[in-house]
Design a protein. Structure first.
Length: 394
């Protein structure tokens, strides 16, 4: 084991007690993240909640700076939100959809996003147009470009790395087409941040939503939304703005703040903010190029090992694959396998048809087993997990 890998594992207490291959669900926090959270909770217990936030003002500002640096933005572009889904919803709510307006998306978007689109269709008369996939998997960029010109969508929305697949969508190519067509792009990067290198300038998106708990290795219950300067200059703001995002200037008037805080709520989990900032700093110190290369190599090992097992079929398609490996197991319900593996202290996860109706239907699967390693996992752990599944299936 290399020195770096030994150090990463030593700094991750959970590695001593279990084999964690559910980083696409929630990763194991490094000790520095846990320490940042608990230090502020102690501060609150000794000083009081409001007073502790004032005491930690410089640390909170640093957290915003670390998040911004991680994704190639400025602190003014960062809005802290409760989850990637909440950030995505806030961005959607900033668009004044009218009946007949088009929302362009993919068939592989996250289930909660798809439900939001369908709700907009039912309640606002929005027409949801899904771009067809290329033969090799992922959206057909030429078809996306043609739909931008033909449909003139009010908004384009894409999930960069779907939760139900190892696919990595061509987000930068999509962003370039959207920018050329002057169509705002909302990008769900929930599975991307902390796994791959992210630069919102190269992606050319107006919004990017993500969470802390997945590959970024932060706490649950918090995420952030990146809002571009162009979106801020347009005056984009959530439909229901909070007192943190605007100032009440007259009985019937308000003024938005000039940065992404217009998407935030006043009530804030400052301990989690500091934990998320520590996670961003930790990932940046390791280097996203290092993380991406190692995590993707481990996922490919998982595809190789698991697909050799009798009755196991790999489901991942795409030119570029992520650190998420998915499988269907003949005659078995994936959730049952997850629970049996957990009894052996091996963490994986499962999804069912309701999580990805279009994708699972075309792959002929009712449920899937998801294996998502991260850079702190070892080659031996991948082999151990595959052997454990093989014994369960025997």
């Amino acid at each position: 084991m290399s020195y770096a890998l030994t150090q990463w594992r030593a700094e991750t207490p959970g590695c001593a007690t279990r084999l964690h291959l559910n980083n696409a669900g929630a990763s194991l926090m490094p000790a520095v993240v846990h320490d940042a959270i608990t230090a502020h909770l102690r501060r609150e217990s000794l000083e009081g909640g409001y007073e502790a936030a004032d005491s930690a003002e410089a640390l909170i500002a640093r957290a915003y700076a670390d998040l911004a640096s991680l994704v190639g933005a400025a602190p003014r572009n960062i809005a802290v939100v409760a989850s990637a889904t909440q950030g995505f919803a806030l961005a959607l709510s900033s668009v004044d959809f009218a009946p007949g307006d088009v929302l362009l998306t993919s068939s592989d978007d996250y289930v909660s996003n798809q439900l939001m689109y369908l709700s907009l269709a039912a309640r606002r008369g929005v027409r949801v147009v899904r771009c067809p996939d290329a033969p090799e998997g992922g959206v057909d960029v030429a078809a996306w470009d043609a739909l931008l010109r033909r449909e003139r969508p009010k908004l384009a929305a894409l999930t960069w790395i779907p939760t139900n697949s190892g696919l990595i969508q061509p987000a930068a190519a999509v962003g370039a087409r959207c920018r050329a067509a002057e169509v705002p792009l909302l990008l769900d990067a929930c599975q991307a941040v902390g796994q791959v290198e992210v630069d919102v300038r190269a992606l050319q998106c107006d919004y990017l939503s993500t969470t802390a708990r997945k590959f970024l290795r932060g706490p649950r219950g918090i995420g952030f939304l990146v809002v571009s300067d162009a979106a801020l200059a347009r005056g984009d703001a959530p439909l229901l703005v909070d007192m943190r995002g605007a100032r009440w200037t007259d009985a019937d008037a308000y003024a938005l703040v000039d940065d992404a805080r217009r998407f935030e709520d006043w009530e804030f989990p400052y301990a989690l903010v500091l934990g998320m900032g520590a996670a961003a700093r930790y990932a940046s110190d390791i280097g996203l190029a290092v993380i991406e290369t190692r995590a993707h190599a481990l996922a490919q090992q998982a595809r190789d090992h698991f697909s050799r097992l009798p009755g196991v079929r790999g489901l991942d398609r795409g030119v570029q694959l992520s650190a998420i490996a998915t499988f269907t197991v003949q005659g078995r319900v994936a959730r049952d396998l997850v629970l049996r593996l957990r009894e052996q202290r091996i963490n994986t996860s499962a999804q069912s048809r309701g999580d990805a109706v279009i994708d699972l239907d075309r792959k002929g699967a009712e449920t899937l087993l998801r294996v998502s390693p991260h850079y702190f996992n070892t080659d031996e752990e991948i082999e151990q997990a595959a052997l454990a599944l093989g014994r369960l299936l025997a």
